[in-house]
Design a binder for this molecule. Structure first.
Ligand code: HEC
Length: 117
């Protein structure tokens, strides 16, 4: 019984170390925009999902799969600043720097996704 507890503990502590392995090329944050990833989760994922794949958005159209788009960071910035159709504008809720971080993150996701097209 004791031994099982120790094994469980070790497994849990190893799992807790996982985020330290950022930048190994396999985690979504490995493009260097970890801030953008977190900002995307905080501001966009409730409609576009954490993965960006989209789906039914609360009270609106289905949110599109942003990974399938072909948009530059500048175009993405415009969409985040002014909104797009039923998607809300973010210019009053997050800073300009945060908008840029999200735009860069989404652009990186588009690029990653393009490799598998
Ligand atoms: C309240 C739900 C909601 C949130 C939050 C939201 N979106 Fe959207 N988004 C949508 C919907 C719905 C559309 C499709 C709008 C349409 O076609 O009229 C969309 C469209 C888009 C598009 C595609 C525009 C195109 O050219 O087709 C991009 C890019 C986008 N969203 C990025 C983001 C980013 C980045 C965030 C976070 C800052 C975000 N969205 C937050 C609902 C949302």
């Amino acid at each position: 019984m004791k031994r099982i507890n120790i094994i469980v503990l070790i497994t849990i502590s190893l799992a807790a170390c996982e985020p330290l392995h950022k930048g190994d090329g396999t985690s979504p944050a490995s493009d260097g925009s970890a801030g953008g990833a977190q900002l995307f989760v905080d501001n966009c994922a409730r409609c576009h999902q954490v993965t960006g794949q989209g789906g039914p958005a609360p009270g609106g159209l289905p949110a599109p799969d942003i990974r399938q788009l072909t948009k530059s960071p500048a175009e993405l910035r415009q969409i985040i600043i002014f909104g797009f159709g039923k998607m809300p504008s973010f210019k009053d809720s997050i800073s300009d720097a945060q908008i840029s971080e999200i735009a860069d993150y989404v652009a990186a996701q588009i690029e990653r996704h393009a490799q598998y097209r």
